[in-house]
Design a protein around this ligand. Structure first.
Ligand code: PA5
Length: 373
C-alpha cells in the first residue's frame, strides 16, 4: 500500500488502522514501559553481595539487550567514577580481569555472542552477574554459581520491548555495588514517560503527535538519525527500532564527528535526496555548551539541507535518564507508526531468526513467541 502525505495522516489518525497492522501488540508493549519500570521499582531489590571494589564495568549484550548497556553507560557511567565499557561480540577486551564487574545480558539467554563473552569473562576471573529470561545463560550462570537475575517479561515480549525489565535491575546491581544512586532518576523517568505517553500515544492525532509526525517525515526515505553526547544512545535506538519494527534501512550518525566526514557526502552527493534527517537535541547540553547549537545550524546549511526532510526532536525531563529515555520513547512510537504506514507487523524479526538458526547457535524461542528471543 503506497500512501501520499494526506492519506498517510488520515490513516494514522485512525487507531484501528495501526492496531490492525500491529498484530503482535508492539504498541501495547511500548505503552507499558513506564508502568513496568514503576512495578519493578516497587519490588524488593535482589540481595547481591561482593560487588564492591571494582576498577571497571563491562556490559556485554547484543541488539535490544545491548542498547540497555549504552543507556546505562550514558546515564550512570559518569557517576560510577570508573570506566564503563559496552561489549558487543564473542570476545572481551584485553583489560577485562579480576577488577572487572562483568554484566552479561541477553533477554532470551541464547545469544551466541553474549554466551561466548560470558565464558571468557568467567575464564578471566571477573565478578560476573548474568541477566536473562532463561535460556542457556541462566543454565551457565547456575553452573558457575554466579549471581543470576531472571527477567520476568510477559510471554511473547521481544528483547527491544523489554527495556524497562533490563534497565531497572541493572541500575539496582550498580547500586548494590555501591557505585551509584539511581532510584530518584528512575522515578522521574517514570513520570516523564507517563506524561509523554499521553502526547505521543496512538489516540493522539498527527497534528499534535510528535512521533506520528516523525514517522510521516521519514516515510519513503532512508532515515538518518543524528545526535551527540548523552543522546548518542537515543540515535542508535531510533535507528535500530526503525530497522526492526518498521523493517527499513536507517542509519545513525554523531556530532561533532560527522562534520569531519559525512558532511562532505551530504554536501556533494545527490543521493542525499533519498534520505530524511532526524536531529535529536538536548537543550540542557546545548545551553551548557552553545558551540553545539552553532554547529547544528551550520551543519543544517552545509549538509542536511540536501536531504528531503529535516525534523528536530528534543529530549524532555530534568535528569540525564529522563532526557535519554524520553527521546528514545518518541522514536519507539515513531517506529511503530512507520511500520503501520508500511503495513508491516512490528514485532517479528524473521531475518534475525533465520540468521541465528543458520549460525546454529543462540536460538531457542520461548513457547508462543513469534520473535527470535
Ligand atoms: O531486538 C531484538 O530482537 C534483537 O536485537 C535481539 O535483542 C538480539 O538479537 C539479541 O538477542 P537477546 O536480546 O535475546 O540476547
Amino acid at each position: 500500500m503506497k500512501l501520499d502525505a494526506r492519506k498517510a495522516r488520515i490513516f494514522l489518525d485512525d487507531v484501528a488502522n495501526i492496531v490492525k497492522v500491529d498484530k503482535h501488540g508492539m504498541l501495547k508493549l511500548i505503552g507499558a514501559l513506564p508502568d513496568e519500570m514503576a512495578t519493578l521499582l516497587d519490588r524488593p531489590v535482589p540481595r547481591l553481595h561482593g560487588l564492591e571494589g571494582h576498577t571497571n564495568i563491562v556490559f556485554s549484550g547484543m541488539g535490544g539487550s545491548g542498547i540497555v548497556g549504552d543507556i546505562i553507560r550514558s546515564w550512570l557511567g559518569p557517576k560510577a567514577g570508573i570506566p564503563f565499557f559496552v561489549n558487543r561480540g564473542y570476545d572481551i577486551p584485553p583489560f577485562v580481569g579480576h577488577g572487572t564487574l562483568f554484566l552479561a545480558v541477553s533477554f532470551s539467554g541464547n545469544t551466541a555472542e553474549t554466551l561466548s563473552s560470558f565464558d571468557r569473562a568467567i575464564a578471566k576471573h571477573c565478578t560476573v552477574v548474568a541477566l536473562s529470561s532463561g535460556g542457556k545463560l541462566e543454565k551457565r550462570a547456575k553452573e558457575e554459581g554466579v549471581p543470576f537475575y531472571r527477567l520476568e517479561a510477559p510471554e511473547g515480549t521481544a528483547p527491544r520491548a523489554a527495556l524497562g525489565h533490563m534497565l531497572v535491575p541493572l541500575a539496582q546491581v550498580l547500586e548494590a555495588a555501591g557505585l551509584v544512586k539511581a532510584r530518584s532518576e528512575l522515578e522521574e523517568a517514570v513520570a516523564v514517560l507517563r506524561y509523554l505517553r499521553g502526547r505521543i500515544g496512538p489516540n493522539v492525532p498527527c497534528k499534535y503527535n510528535e512521533s506520528k509526525q516523525a514517522a510521516l517525515a521519514v516515510l519513503g526515505f532512508i532515515p538518518v538519525i543524528h545526535s551527540y553526547g548523552i543522546l548518542e544512545v537515543a540515535a542508535r535506538r531510533w535507528k535500530t527500532q526503525f530497522n526492526e519494527n518498521a523493517k527499513v534501512l536507517a542509519w545513525a550518525d554523531y556530532l561533532p564527528e560527522m562534520d569531519h566526514n559525512s558532511l562532505v557526502g551530504w554536501n556533494q552527493d545527490k543521493a542525499g535526496k533519498g534520505h530524511a534527517c532526524v536531529i535529536l537535541r538536548d537543550a540542557p547540553s546545548e545551553s551548557d555548551d552553545p558551540r553545539m547549537t552553532e554547529r547544528i545550524e551550520a551543519t543544517k546549511e552545509l549538509a542536511w539541507s540536501n536531504s528531503s526532510n529535516i525534523i528536530e526532536v528534543y529530549s524532555e525531563g530534568a535528569g540525564p535518564l529522563s532526557r535519554i529515555i524520553s527521546t528514545i520513547y518518541k522514536g519507539d512510537y515513531a517506529s511503530v507508526y512507520l511500520a503501520a504506514l508500511r503495513g508491516v507487523d512490528p514485532l517479528p524479526v524473521q531475518a534475525i531468526e533465520t540468521l541465528k538458526s543458520r549460525l546454529g547457535k543462540g536460538h531457542l524461542p520461548r513457547k508462543g513467541n513469534p520473535h527470535n528471543g
